[in-house]
Design a protein around this ligand. Sequence first.
Ligand SMILES: NC(=O)c1ccc[n+]([C@@H]2O[C@H](COP(=O)([O-])OP(=O)(O)OC[C@H]3O[C@@H](n4cnc5c(N)ncnc54)[C@H](OP(=O)(O)O)[C@@H]3O)[C@@H](O)[C@H]2O)c1
Length: 236
Amino acid sequence: MKICIVGASGKLGHYMIAHALDRGHEVVGVCRPESVGKLDRFADRITIVPGKTNDRDVIRRAVEGCDGVLTVLAPWGVQQYASGTAQAVMDFARPGARLVFSCGWHISRDGQDRYSMFFTLLVPILAWIARLFRLAELDDQVEACRRIFESDTRWTVVRGSDLEEGPSEGLPVWSRHVGDPVLASNLTRRIDYALFMVAALEDESLVREAPAIVSCKSASALAHAAPLTLAATRSA
Ligand SMILES: NC(=O)c1ccc[n+]([C@@H]2O[C@H](COP(=O)([O-])OP(=O)(O)OC[C@H]3O[C@@H](n4cnc5c(N)ncnc54)[C@H](OP(=O)(O)O)[C@@H]3O)[C@@H](O)[C@H]2O)c1
């Protein structure tokens, strides 16, 4: 499969490149020009397209001929970065391409997610502070996902829990709604988040799903029988 990784130079991007190469995919990576050097260890195995990920011309060139696109939705700056990136990917990826996007649990597809009081208070406060200091626009990540959910593309929005570094624990389990018991541990290794993103490219059951993920070795995943796995069907 020929795939494009948008936001390739970040931590998640590095892991996604490694998993994609392991699976034999041909990889095109997009990253900001100042970050190209971060990809030196992959330079002879991937094609790099330097540019801001919300630059429509950059995305148009990068996704050309790709069967799948993995996009890191980053809310940084006050420049509609996440929504501009998502829109460009949806506009220029070939019809039928698999589009997989990353975001956090704060994104809700249908309003059925149940958050802790702490989380409910924390997100708007963080969003306000980030915007005040012109660091990030969490609202724009919400807008990006709203557009994705409404699109008729073959999308998956993977909602990451809190993340930690460390060796792989295996493919995370997922559920449709934050608040479901299987997700209670709220922790996933970043390397496994990337594994889920890459595996989702070839999992038809995840088309037009917004899985919230958690480590398969977490206490909540182990405690709850028959969690939805990546291969689970829509009938769950
Ligand atoms: N961190 C968490 O705990 C967490 C939890 C749940 C979900 N997620 C989701 O996971 C994904 C990756 O998050 P991450 O924290 O692991 O970060 P990451 O992989 O390091 O990715 C950050 C991305 O943002 C870019 N970036 C950084 N500063 C920027 C700026 N000022 N302007 C434009 N782009 C900038 C980076 O590009 P450069 O390489 O060019 O700097 C990189 O592509 C995101 O979609 C996030 O919502 C994260």
